[in-house]
Design a protein around this ligand. Structure first.
Ligand code: 1CP
Length: 334
C-alpha cells in the first residue's frame, strides 16, 4: 500500500510520510531552467510531457512519499473559458467572465480542454519512478476559485470592494464551480490519482457566511470524492476553527496552516492531520529547522500524521534545507 493510504488506514503510525505543498516549482533550479524556455504558464500546464518531468523532479531529488501533479488550480477557470494569464512578478490575471458561455458549456468540451492533465496522470500512473508512492491530483475549492474568477487578480491585498456587488453572478458561479470541479475530480481519479487534495487557500478571507461559501460547497466535493473511492485532503488555509471545519466537512485528512496551535488541535481533531510547519523555517538554519520539525513530529507521534508544510514551499528555499528536512523526518523514532 502507498504511504499516505497506509497512514490513513492504520492507527499504528510509527512512520510519518512526507511530501511538500508546491514541491514541484520555483525553488528547484531544474524547474527554473524549464520555465525560462516556457514563458506561457498555461501552455506549460497543458504539455503533459514537460509536466511529467516537472512532477518527477522533486521525487528524484528528495524521494518524497507522494508526487503531486504539476498543474494549477486556475486550470478550472481556464477550462470554463475565462482567460488566465500569469504575469512575471505579478501573479495571475483573469479575463472577463462569460456566464452564458459557462452555462452552455458541456462536460465533454470542458474535459477536452483539460485532457493533457488527464494524460499526464495516466503516464505518471505507469511510470515506475512512482512505484509505491501516492499520486496526488488536486482542485481549488469553490470559494478560492470564486475569489480568483471574480476578483481577477490575487486577493493577497484583500478582495475588491465590489466583490459581492453582483450577488446573482456570485451565486451562479458557485453552482457552476460545483459542477465543473466535480468533473475535474472524476477525470483525475479515472486517470489514476490515488488521492485528491482540495486547496482552499483563501478560506481565511471570509468570516461570515462560512456555511454558504466554505462548509457546504466543500462538503459536497468531499462526499463526491469519497464516493469515487478515493481519500480527500482538505486545506482550508487560515480558517478560524479547524475542528468545526472537520466535524462538518468530514475530509479523510486535514492539512493545517502554520498559525494552528498544534498542542490544542491534536486533542480536538480525531481525523488524520497533515502539514503545519511554517515554510519560512526552511529559510532559517539547520538547528532551528530540527527544533521546529521535532515539535511537529513529537506532538503528532501518536496521531495519524503526514509531514508537510503550513503553506507552499517558498521560491527562495535552499535545496540543502529540504534535504535536511527529509533526513530529520525519516530518522525520527517516537
Ligand atoms: O514560474 C512561475 O511563476 C509559476 C509558479 C507556479 C507554479 C510552480 C504557479 C503559478 N503554479 C504552480 C504550480 C502549482 N500550483 C501546483 C503544482 C506544483 C506543486 O504543488 O508541487 C499546485 C498544487 C498549485 C496550486 C495553487 N495555485 C494554489 C493552491 C496552493 C497555495 O499555494 O495556496 C494557488 C492559490 C494557486 C494560484 C497560483 N498559481 C501560480 C501562482 C503564483 C499562484 C498564487 C497567486 C497568488 O498569490 O494569489
Amino acid at each position: 500500500m502507498t504511504p499516505i493510504k497506509e497512514c490513513l488506514e492504520n492507527n499504528n503510525t510509527t512512520k510519518k510520510p512526507i511530501w511538500l505543498m508546491r514541491q514541484a516549482g520555483r525553488y528547484l533550479p531544474e524547474f527554473r531552467e524549464i520555465r525560462k524556455e516556457n514563458t506561457d504558464f498555461i501552455k506549460l500546464c497543458l504539455n503533459e510531457k514537460i509536466s511529467e518531468v516537472i512532477t518527477l523532479q522533486p521525487i528524484e531529488r528528495f524521494n518524497f512519499d507522494a508526487a503531486i501533479i504539476f498543474s494549477d488550480i486556475l486550470m478550472i477557470p481556464y477550462g470554463m473559458g475565462q482567460e488566465v494569464k500569469f504575469k512575471k512578478n505579478f501573479g495571475p490575471e483573469l479575463g472577463e467572465i462569460d456566464l452564458k458561455y459557462i452555462i452552455n458549456l458541456g462536460e465533454d468540451e470542458f474535459a477536452s480542454k483539460l485532457s493533457p492533465i488527464y494524460k499526464l496522470l495516466r503516464n505518471l500512473k505507469n511510470n515506475e519512478k512512482l512505484n509505491g508512492k501516492d499520486l496526488i491530483g488536486f482542485v481549488g475549492a469553490p470559494w478560492t476559485l470564486l475569489v480568483y474568477m471574480v476578483n481577477k487578480v490575487s486577493p493577497k491585498n484583500g478582495l475588491s470592494n465590489n466583490f459581492f456587488n453582483d450577488q446573482s453572478l456570485v451565486d451562479h458561479i458557485m453552482l457552476l464551480l460545483d459542477k465543473f470541479i466535480k468533473i475535474h475530480i472524476k477525470n483525475q481519479v479515472n486517470a489514476g490519482a490515488s488521492i485528491i487534495q482540495i486547496f482552499d487557500s483563501w478560506a481565511g478571507l471570509i468570516n461570515t457566511d462560512l456555511e454558504k461559501y466554505i462548509y457546504k460547497p466543500t462538503k459536497s466535493l468531499v462526499e463526491y470524492t469519497k464516493k469515487l473511492g478515493v481519500p480527500v485532503i482538505c486545506f482550508p488555509r487560515g480558517i478560524s476553527d479547524y475542528s468545526k471545519f472537520c466535524s462538518i466537512v468530514e475530509p479523510s485528512m486535514v492539512n493545517i496552516d502554520f498559525n494552528v496551535d498544534i498542542k490544542n488541535i491534536v486533542k480536538h481533531i480525531k481525523i488524520p492531520i497533515q502539514g503545519g510547519l511554517d515554510p519560512k523555517i526552511l529559510l532559517s538554519n539547520r538547528e532551528n529547522l530540527k527544533k521546529q520539525v521535532l515539535k511537529y513530529l513529537d506532538t503528532f507521534k501518536d496521531h495519524q500524521y503526514v509531514f508537510n508544510l503550513g503553506h507552499g514551499i517558498l521560491p527562495e528555499t535552499k535545496i540543502e534545507m529540504v534535504e535536511e528536512l527529509v533526513k530529520i523526518v525519516r530518522s525520527f523514532r517516537a
